[in-house]
Design a protein around this ligand. Sequence first.
Ligand code: AKB
Length: 320
Amino acid sequence: MKNILVIGSVGQIGSELTMELRNRYGNDHVVAGYRRTKPSPELAESGPLEVIDATDVARINDVVKKYNIDTIYNLAALLSAVAEANPQAAWNVGANGVYNVLEVAREHNCAVFLPSSIGAFGLSTPLDNTPQDTIQRPGTMYGVTKVAGELLSDYYFKRFGVDTRGVRYPGIISNVTLPGGGTTDYAVEIFYEAVKTGKFTCPLPKGTFLDMMYMPDALDAAIDLMEADPDKLIHRNCFNISAMSFDPEIVFNAVKKYYPDFIMDYDVDKVKQGIAESWPNKMDDSAAREEWGWNPKWDLDRMTQDMLKVIKEKHEKGLI
Ligand code: AKB
């Protein structure tokens, strides 16, 4: 049986990934590592919990020893827009934090899941059908840390044999924990506003296409890749994965189908616009499909129905 540590377990992906890992591997086998934000009662009461900061290598080491950890999922990061506001902190968590996790993994022989992002690309990358292996010159600190993480993961595998694996996540859409400070956050907020106020002001301009994915597919991607046969992994780290690609008008119309009175206007955030325009419109994820069977299950319409249903139920219960 695996003993897993999730660093960043209260974030948008971490909160749901930790619960999914507990379902699959047993509650006692998955340690939820968090830094400052209080974990939800569900997370806190269903299994072990430890305060962990990715920038504190001694603390990671202690927790790995205490629970005999053999697999680490490191979800700690500052998202793209927040990282632009505080590049020093973004480097510390996104690059030094990754280095710390890899060092502990090397010493204790742990497998490591390190997520990269569409943010690892930049304006000189082909933005349509973005290849798995291509030019990566991101113009953001978030992107710089993601490229550093990809390279470090490859290095630790080749040099020290650490079982590192990772995907390049697109914008993730979910209804449990809100993302904080990403460029793709609008694609989550639009669903909440449709239910709560019937009106949404979009920070990205019409025509800004980005890769997106519903959370259940994002969780499957992480766990399926960690379970994949290592002999079949040619790339191993930073696989392009995508489930859909849309611009604000397309997701607006998808919501409007179920909320016909929903209205949207635009108030473009220049920082987010600049970031979004340097990211792929649509990635080629054929390497992930070929090497470990990546096959997303959720398309835009199915996801829209599910998001609206769950958020409406929460709203009616006064939870949001
Ligand atoms: C962000 O917008 O910063 C993230 C990402 C795509 O990595 N959601």
